[in-house]
Design a protein around this ligand. Structure first.
Ligand SMILES: Cc1ncc(COP(=O)(O)O)c(C=O)c1O
Length: 455
């Protein structure tokens, strides 16, 4: 670890000269499609602190896009990886079995929601997990239709890209897309019609579900409904409890499987282990990745045993799926995340973070239209005016540029790319969080005054 114990330390302009050199090489060697959100080049990181190649130290509120619930290079994970690297790096679980591969599956079976027998299949990326969940559902149901939602993000393979919303950023030019994907409306309460109460809006969306099963696809054709309990890339839009309950009821009525995509919202991020637990709804299958293995590539589908066993022997898996290094990292990370003290810290961190963001929002009511999310998965949504709610992408981008320039890593999200999202390590200290949020606050003040000067 080469970070220092205290917070932000900036010793060059941002980006510094060494960062700029590496970024120039990146531009020459790597296609523009593989874009970057910040202009810094990183040398090392520990906990919530990140050090760049010029020796500047930043506080990280992006966490590798929600991957670092337990922070950067946590000691238990590093020790497990170092031990494992000397013993076995790769075997391929299709060739032979190693104990950690089984132990991760057993662990996930025991901690996923639902009081029924479960099985788990391990993959490497979130998209692979979602795609695998769809294969399993289709194999079990002998139906093809998959229901997804406006604003959803499920990955970048052809099937999961087909399931993803936000055409221009993720899909433009990449078609044709996979068939048998049916997109229903998603209740984004903030963007409800003017004058409509939150309650009436949710009621209206309950009726839209019935209508969609008439107008868009017949339920008898649908194998699975795939839903993010809190939309991630869509801008941390929380699915209302009554709406999730209705999805469960419709799935039960029509013999459809309900799949919760918890790749961004799971693993303690919302103050409970899984975001869907806030609603009490039990999914038939759940996908997880990101914070599951503290930055090692590991994803999983956990589900009802009889459903998971539907595909034929050899139908699931991949060369790297459930790699030994990823598995020991996951066991160490899960151990830490499932500790009740860690989860309660995540919940109290979320309250503190929300209070600070709401305070910033209250100071800028014309610029910040909404502060929302669940637990420590929160966004500020930037608008040009609070009544029309016109998204303001430029102000959002300016805020993230400004926070990085002042030593705090933040990134964007949202269907309109007009949200700044916060995904800190869940064990970030109060002091570091305060220091980082002071920077966020000053950055919003700065952008607000610049934007009003620009007219
Ligand atoms: C909800 C959700 N599903 C799926 C994915 C895809 O995961 P990956 O990028 O690991 O393929 C993501 C990634 O952000 C996600 O947030």
């Amino acid at each position: 670890m080469t970070t220092t114990a205290t917070g932000i330390s900036l010793i060059t302009e941002i980006p510094g000269p060494l960062s700029r050199d590496i970024l120039a090489r990146r531009e020459a060697a790597i296609p523009q499609g593989n874009a970057k959100l910040t202009p810094i080049s990183i040398a090392s990181a520990h906990g919530s602190l990140v050090r760049d190649v010029d020796g500047n130290q930043f506080i990280d509120l992006a966490g590798g896009i929600g991957v670092l619930a337990v922070g950067h290079t946590p000691d238990q994970v590093v020790e497990a990886l170092q031990r494992q690297a000397g013993e076995l790096i790769h075997m391929c679980a299709i060739v032979s079995t190693y104990e950690s591969f089984v132990a991760v599956a057993e662990k996930l079976n025991s901690i996923a929601p639902g009081d029924f027998a479960k099985k788990t299949v391990l993959m490497s990326t979130g998209a692979e997990a979602v795609e695998t969940a769809v294969h399993i559902a289709r194999s079990y149901q002998k139906r093809q239709g998959i229901v997804v939602f406006q604003g959803a993000y499920h990955g970048r393979t052809n099937l999961t890209m087909s399931m993803t919303s936000k055409f221009n950023l993720f899909k433009k030019g990449f078609g044709p897309f996979a068939p048998e994907v049916y997109r229903f409306p998603f209740p984004n309460v903030y963007r409800r019609p003017p004058g409509m109460s939150e309650e009436s809006f949710v009621d209206w969306h309950l009726s839209l579900l019935d209508q969609s099963f008439m107008a868009i696809v017949d339920p008898s054709h649908v194998a699975a409904i795939v839903v993010e309990p809190v939309q991630g890339e869509g801008g941390f839009v929380v699915a209302p409890k009554a709406w999730l309950e209705k999805l469960r009821a419709l799935a039960d009525e029509h013999g459809i499987l309900l799949i919760a995509d918890e790749i961004q919202s799971g693993m303690g991020r919302t103050g409970k282990l899984w975001a869907i637990e806030h609603s009490g709804v039990i999914p038939d299958m759940l996908t997880t990745a990101k914070s599951l293995a503290a930055g090692m590539p590991l994803s999983a589908v956990v589900g009802r045993s009889e459903v998971m066993d539907a595909p034929h022997p050899g139908g699931l898996g991949g060369t790297y799926s459930g790699n030994p290094l990823a598995c020991v990292a996951a066991l160490a990370a899960i151990d830490q995340i499932t500790d009740p003290a860690f989860l309660s810290r995540s919940a109290s961190l979320g309250e503190k973070l929300r209070a600070r963001l709401e305070e910033i929002g209250a100071r800028h009511p014309r610029l910040i239209g909404d502060v929302r999310g669940l637990g420590s998965m929160l966004v500020m949504e930037f608008v040009k005016d609070p009544v029309a709610k016109t998204p303001w992408m430029e102000a959002t981008a300016a805020v993230t540029v400004e926070t990085v320039r002042r030593g705090v890593i933040t990134i964007r999200a949202g269907l309109y790319s007009n949200c700044v999202r916060f995904l800190p390590a869940l064990d970030i200290s109060d002091d570091l969080l305060d220091e980082a949020l002071d920077v966020v606050s000053a950055s919003v003040d700065h952008v607000a005054s610049e934007m009003s000067m620009a007219g």
